[in-house]
Design a protein around this ligand. Structure first.
Ligand code: 2RA
Length: 326
């Protein structure tokens, strides 16, 4: 569901790249997309709208179309006998729903799992927990602080188009529609809406989801999220305090040994992950790993990943692979 959106299209591309075995594809979208066809694995599949009985006979439904649609339709997909992998926030913090990043807590689902809703985390959370997982496992975590630099594609096609349009029309950028301010040549310290404590919803998602995925309910996590005029791939500066003081070699070995991470860390040669390079790639990239001068247990690092791929579509497909093939 959401087949024609940015995440939906990337989902189709990744299915094709990974030769995911498909007998039938049913692309669901809004009425505006009726008549459109999605090409996958040499066939054209017509877009359909959600209606009673629309999930009958399906093994898996991937939802990437907003909280309300997921809240209403994901339970119906499960009732029809399918797994519902849900990219919305509707079920992420539900205590009865698993929230999965396969490299981190993928063991919570397997071939014996029964059809259920499986929540796909928020994009900025996914790349953070992949980077934290080996540090938690090897050294234990005391505290995590993260500041994000999030690409406009996180807000979907509208966000992407708004930056391109404002760039094209510079020096008279068009009025903002998707973002609360002009994003061109700017940084906006707001992603989502604010609560009474001064946190925006993206920050709350990172703080809560990180604890749930890592299984660390008391972990101190503080997030500050910023939208920047990068087209695709989110970047994060992370301060992580370990439970013990270890050497840089140990930290680097832990990060390099983690499935799903690529380390790019030669700062004196200006080698570190960059959103422009990481866009279109699968792994989570980590660089600029260095120790805090005041606290020997605290490390700083730079974490970059394609928010549409690993942050959404790819993570969903990896969940499906866990369920059906692992
Ligand atoms: C964003 N995290 O980047 C959101 C999308 N899920 O806006």
């Amino acid at each position: 569901m959401g087949a024609t959106g940015m995440v939906g299209q990337t989902f189709m591309n990744i299915l094709s790249e990974r030769s995911f075995p498909i007998e039938e594809l049913r692309p669901f979208a809004s009425e505006n997309s009726l008549g459109k066809k999605i090409e996958l694995q040499g066939q054209q599949w017509p877009c359909q709208v959600l209606k009673d009985g629309c999930f009958d006979g399906l093994d898996l439904v991937f939802f990437s179309s907003g909280d309300d649609i997921s809240a209403e339709w994901a339970p119906k997909a499960v009732a029809a006998g399918a797994f519902a992998v849900d990219n919305s926030a509707a079920f992420r913090m539900d205590p009865n729903t698993v929230l999965i990043v396969p490299e981190v807590n993928g063991d919570l689902v397997n071939k014996d799992s029964k059809p259920q809703i499986i929540a796909n985390p928020n994009c900025s959370t996914i790349q953070l927990v992949v980077a934290l997982k080996p540090l938690l496992e090897k050294f234990g975590l005391e505290e995590v602080r993260v500041s994000t630099y999030q690409a406009v594609s996180g807000a979907g096609q509208g966000g992407h188009d708004e930056l391109i349009e404002q760039t094209t029309n510079h020096p008279k950028p068009t009025d903002p529609k998707t973002f609360p301010h002009t994003i061109l040549f700017n940084c906006i310290p707001q992603i989502g809406s604010f609560n009474d404590e001064g946190y925006c919803s993206e920050e709350v998602k990172i703080m809560k989801e990180t604890r749930k995925i890592l299984g660390q309910k008391d972990l101190k996590v503080s997030a500050f999220t910023v939208r920047i005029p990068a087209l695709n791939a989110h970047s994060e500066s992370v301060w992580v305090t370990l439970n013990k003081s270890v050497s840089r070699d140990e930290v680097m070995a832990a990060l390099s040994g983690q499935e799903g991470i690529v380390v790019q860390d030669e700062p004196k040669k200006s080698v570190y992950p960059l959103a422009r390079d990481v866009s279109g790639k699968d792994p989570v990239y980590v660089g600029r790993v260095h120790r805090d001068p005041e606290n020997p247990k605290m490390w700083l690092m730079w974490v970059v990943s394609d928010n549409i791929r690993k942050g959404a579509a790819l993570n969903g497909i990896q969940i499906a692979e866990k369920i059906f093939f692992n």
